[in-house]
Write a new protein. Structure first.
Length: 296
């Protein structure tokens, strides 16, 4: 039995391969067979003493079952430690019951994963009222990494008069972080949400953007309504150009046209979720956080 190995699903194999190469450990793909009735048969490779499971949890329902089944097979095969690397972590939005009878998905999924693995590693988890990622996963180690170092490295050489813009008050932390790393001006919009796809955006000082390039930064883009509303407000304020960088690109690729029509020149995302806009690799920050798993 080898000391450490990495296993992944085929959909994330390219990103997992870069991570395995950085760590100098073997990579194997998990096989998932779907029966006609929708049930799954999951087959893992030979277990190492420590198995790193690379599993971005976008479109999560089937993947959560795959994780449970893979963990069962690996434990039975002799794995002593399971480390889940989920660059995107699902079901974090619902961290409270906003209406009678609602399930708190963050609590349920956190408890499920905590019973399944020994450590969780994620990137820019979508936390609101929950202050620490450790509170999501009772009894196990958990790390919530920032994508900003990787994004800043990818943006070296950006125009010095660029304004880094966040779409709402919640983005203040990472927008300030990125702007500080790049020596740029930061600004944050005020967002009023009318529903899942209805938002209004306003800026305290719209004149800040006149004839200047703007970099829109968001952690998650799903429906795309916030990004579009923000871009339209920036175009109205006279921004010279608008580009966007996203940590987690969850939107359908066919929405790119709507973003272009709103004035967004380019969209780049990190590799937290496989997506056509992927341009910023996360394997560097993930590998650094995993070094202790391989004894270095």
């Amino acid at each position: 039995m080898s000391a450490v190995g990495l296993q992944c699903l085929p959909a994330g194999a390219d990103d997992a391969a870069r991570l395995a190469a950085r760590l100098g450990i073997p990579l194997h793909e998990i096989d998932v067979h779907r029966f006609p009735d929708g049930e799954l048969r999951v087959t893992v490779a030979e277990a190492a003493a420590t198995v790193i499971l690379y599993l971005p949890l976008d479109r999560p329902n089937e993947k959560l079952l795959t994780l449970m089944f893979a963990a069962e097979a690996l434990r039975r095969g002799g794995a002593k430690r399971l480390v889940l690397v989920a660059p995107y972590l699902c079901y974090m939005r619902q961290d409270a019951a906003f209406h009678p009878g609602e399930a708190i998905s963050q609590k349920a999924i956190g408890a499920l994963i905590a019973r399944t693995v020994d450590r969780v590693l994620t990137v820019d988890a979508h936390l609101h009222r929950t202050k620490k990622i450790a509170d999501v996963f009772p009894g196990i180690a958990a790390d919530d990494l920032s994508a900003m170092p990787a994004i800043a490295e990818a943006l070296r050489g950006i125009a010095p008069d660029t304004v880094v813009v966040g779409p709402d008050e919640e983005s203040q932390g990472w927008v300030s972080d990125l702007a500080g790393r790049l020596g740029l001006t930061a600004a944050v919009a005020r967002k009023t949400r009318g529903g899942d796809r209805s938002v209004r955006i306003a800026f305290p000082d719209p004149t800040l953007f006149k004839d200047r390039p703007v970099l829109l930064v968001d952690d998650i883009v799903s429906s795309g309504g916030t990004l579009i509303a923000c871009a339209e407000a920036l175009a109205l304020a006279g921004a010279r150009s608008i580009d966007a960088v996203i940590t987690h690109a969850l939107f359908p690729p066919e929405m790119t046209g709507a973003f272009t029509r709103a004035g967004i020149r380019s969209i780049r995302s990190t590799t937290s979720v496989p997506h056509p806009t992927n341009a910023i690799a996360l394997d560097g920050i993930l590998a650094a956080a995993l070094l202790k798993e391989i004894g270095t």
